[in-house]
Design a protein around this ligand. Sequence first.
Ligand SMILES: [Zn+2]
Length: 68
Amino acid sequence: MVRKNQEEKELEICISCGTETEVKKTDNVIYRSGYIEGAGQLCFKCSQTENLSLAGSFETNEWFRYGL
Ligand SMILES: [Zn+2]
């Protein structure tokens, strides 16, 4: 079976920058990094940005606006 192509389509897209993440849609959200409940999946890069944002700023929605 050719699983590779199917897996590529199963990857989550970053809600912030639109990049394909390494997270599969079938992955349980509790094991994901960069997953925002009610919003979606962030790529590694954006999840790092989000962490900085949450830690250092009261404008926690700033990162969110970029992707929507
Ligand atoms: Zn991203």
